[in-house]
Design a protein around this ligand. Structure first.
Ligand SMILES: Cc1cc2nc3c(=O)[nH]c(=O)nc-3n(C[C@H](O)[C@H](O)[C@H](O)COP(=O)(O)OP(=O)(O)OC[C@H]3O[C@@H](n4cnc5c(N)ncnc54)[C@H](O)[C@@H]3O)c2cc1C
Ligand code: FES
Length: 274
């Protein structure tokens, strides 16, 4: 069910440097959204910024009748909309449309490794809870399909790490990497992944060079890999073609719209620019 409506903010709390968790009272979206899907957010009563912005589902929270009622989004302040979001308070509202995108595929394997770079950790909390059978999403019955989940999470500096306790509480083994060595492994998160035991499959979300490296690693290890892309979007609904990415086809390559054909793609199908 696609919803376009205005919803009230009930929390907007600082999690880490420039990083906030926004909780919206949005029962219709909370009931139907699945891990790996996203929503578009826009400020009401202003045309600046004019276009909505995409944000992954972080988690769904429940009301005191144990019904899905709240939508959690974790965002990093980088520009106009995210800067304005940081100034919003409980009682303010946002225009939301979604759920959008394909979400993560069905995953059943002994060991799943999730790899996040920058703010790319956000789609993974719901994914971890779903595959470990801890929480139901989109009205589906929860069922454990993965024995072990490892999250490798890389940021520039320790102060940007957001949600590590949430991922551990959900049951994931978490390793962190920082570019400057201020926490965990000193270096890129993909270098950390290479040092760990080979998992049965990979899912990644983060900057393009990280995703490219992950796609190559999955090929080398001969394991399935899905990547969730963070392309800029204007409509989120397949109309404007502002979000296209290149995918392999039988005759070479073609464009696909990340908002409707993704944001999650098989890494082997994506064409990366060198
Ligand atoms: C499917 C999907 C899911 C996503 N999920 C999340 C999520 O869960 N959390 C999250 O934080 N983000 C997420 N993103 C990314 C998020 O959509 C963007 O960070 C957001 O659109 C930024 O909007 P903004 O208005 O704050 O930034 P904008 O103002 O649009 O700026 C965007 C970028 O341009 C740069 N920029 C802006 N102005 C200038 C300028 N004058 N000169 C040079 N550079 C400039 C900014 O630094 C920034 O990097 C997701 C993206 C996708 C596609
Ligand atoms: S954002 Fe408009 S087609 Fe994808």
């Amino acid at each position: 069910m696609f919803i376009h409506s205005q919803f009230e903010i009930v929390e907007n709390v600082l999690l880490a440097r420039d990083t906030y968790r926004l909780r919206l009272h949005a029962p219709d979206v909370a009931r139907s959204i699945r891990p790996g899907q996203f929503v578009m957010l826009r400020l009401p009563g202003t045309s600046d910024p004019l276009l909505g912005r995409p944000f992954a589902l972080y988690d769904v929270a429940f009301d005191n009748r144990q019904q899905p009622a709240f939508l959690d989004i974790v965002y990093l302040v980088v520009g106009k909309l995210t800067g304005a979001l940081a100034a919003l308070r409980p009682g303010d509202s946002l225009i939301v449309w979604g759920p959008l995108g394909n979400g993560f595929p069905a995953i059943a394997c002994p060991h799943l490794a999730l790899v996040a770079g920058g703010i790319g950790q956000t789609p993974f909390l719901a994914c971890i809870k779903a595959v470990l059978g801890k929480q139901s999403y989109g009205g589906l019955q929860s069922k454990q399909t993965v024995d072990k989940v490892t999250l490798c999470y890389g940021v520039r500096r320790a102060e940007f790490l957001a949600g590590v306790d949430d991922f551990r509480a959900a049951g994931a083994e978490v390793f962190v990497a920082t570019d400057d060595g201020s926490a965990g492994f000193h270096g890129f998160v993909t270098d950390l992944v290479e040092q760990l035991p080979r998992p049965d499959r990979l899912i990644g979300c983060g900057p393009e060079p990280m995703m490219h490296r992950l796609a190559l690693l999955a090929k080398e290890w001969a394991i399935p890999c899905h990547l969730s892309l963070e392309s800029p979007m204007a409509c989120g609904a397949g109309i404007c073609f502002s979000c296209v990415t290149k995918v392999r086809t039988e005759s070479g390559w073609d464009f696909r719209r990340v908002c409707v054909d993704g944001p999650v793609f098989d890494a082997a199908a994506l064409v990366f620019e060198d």
